[in-house]
Design a protein around this ligand. Structure first.
Ligand SMILES: NC(=O)c1ccc[n+]([C@@H]2O[C@H](COP(=O)([O-])OP(=O)(O)OC[C@H]3O[C@@H](n4cnc5c(N)ncnc54)[C@H](O)[C@@H]3O)[C@@H](O)[C@H]2O)c1
Length: 325
């Protein structure tokens, strides 16, 4: 049985990866320090012999006994609310954490895939964003802690590939949504759904004409799975190019939840990207991958998940801070 280490296992994406690798017959070691994750996301796997969970901070030395075949490094705060609250930890997990895991990959001769992000493109001047675009990031802006940690993460990963011959893969993930997102992480999907379910008006920051492209989690996991087993070492965008303005997206949520809320507008935050759309030509070419879950379908599944929350849980997340992520 091949063994895979998944960091950030108790988070939104990490927990879906654990499910997928278990389903594919792997022995899965989930690692997480629960700083933004929730153990409930992987509790259903605890009864399985082929699943282990280590409560560990990956910025500290990482030891795994025995052989290890693959590492997927997904540990990192991922929403602006989180990384603005814990900026130093965000920088550390992208830098020290990645360094530790690359060291582990070298020791075990394991293949490592790291989770990068569309945020490496910053507020992009090229649209849609392809992998050759170098980005437009403000190093000292509020998002710099995340964006630069991820850019460093890509650099050190390529350096380990070039100088140590480690097998590496880099995925640049664009906005992804689905069950197990945190209701109060400030990202636009749970934020809008939370507001709609609480009967509040939906808040948009700016004029709502900024665009986002949302990828359903199952599509993303499929793309990551294919990338890990491909022989492509350069970064690959995975996301859904179906672009929508935040304003139209808010209207879609109001329609979907069958409520009669309105949309209200607040000031645009600093360095909020105005456009976001992946160019997925590379993923199509090297992975034969493209998304196939329509937003209408994915949003229905996501809404079902959030409907399972109690009123008390819903009311705990009654802030819609300052973002359109
Ligand atoms: N969800 C998206 O749309 C998206 C987009 C781009 C990139 N990503 C990347 O994917 C990864 C996962 O994102 P997510 O949306 O699942 O976020 P998440 O917050 O749900 O999950 C991240 C997990 O990492 C854990 N973690 C953070 N620091 C850690 C540390 N030092 N040691 C051990 N565990 C630690 C957290 O507790 C959490 O469980 C991140 O690297 C993120 O940058 C996500």
């Amino acid at each position: 049985m091949k063994k895979v280490l998944i960091t950030g296992a108790a988070g939104f994406l990490g927990s879906h990866l654990c499910d997928r690798f278990i389903k594919e017959g792997f022995h899965v070691i989930g690692m997480d320090n629960l700083i933004t994750g929730d153990i409930k996301n992987v509790e259903h796997l605890f009864k399985l012999k082929q699943f282990e969970f280590y409560n560990h901070d990956v910025t500290k030395f990482v030891h795994i006994p025995g052989e290890l075949d693959y590492i997927l490094h997904f540990a990192s705060p991922a929403s602006p609310i989180d990384y603005l609250k814990i900026p130093i930890q965000t920088l550390k997990v992208g830098s020290l954490g990645t360094h530790n895991l690359l060291g582990l990959a070298k020791e075990k001769k394991a293949r490592i895939l790291i989770a990068s992000t569309s945020e490496v493109y910053g507020d992009p001047l090229v649209h849609p964003q392809n992998e050759e675009y170098y980005g437009n990031v403000n190093t000292i802006g509020p998002r710099g802690v995340y964006d630069e940690a991820k850019r460093f993460q890509e650099s050190i990963t390529m350096a380990y590939h070039t100088y140590h011959g480690i097998e590496t893969r880099i995925v640049r993930i664009f906005n992804t949504y689905g069950p197990r997102m945190r209701l109060n992480d400030g990202r636009v999907v749970p934020a809008f759904i939370g507001q709609a379910l609480r009967g509040e008006d939906l808040t948009i920051f700016g004029d709502g004409l900024q665009t986002r492209s949302f990828c359903y989690v199952d599509d993303l996991i499929e793309g990551i799975y294919r990338l890990l087993f491909s022989d492509y070492v350069y970064p690959v965008n995975i996301g859904n190019p179906d672009e929508i303005t935040i304003k139209d997206f808010a209207e879609e949520i109001i329609k979907l939840t069958g409520t009669d809320q309105k949309v209200i507008y607040k000031d645009l935050p600093v360095n909020d990207p105005l456009q976001r759309q992946p160019d997925i030509s590379k993923a199509k070419e090297v992975l034969d991958w493209e998304p196939n879950v329509f937003r209408s379908e994915g949003m229905k599944l996501t809404l079902e998940y959030f409907k399972g929350f109690s009123e008390k849980e819903l009311s705990k997340s009654d802030h819609r801070d300052f973002l359109n992520n």
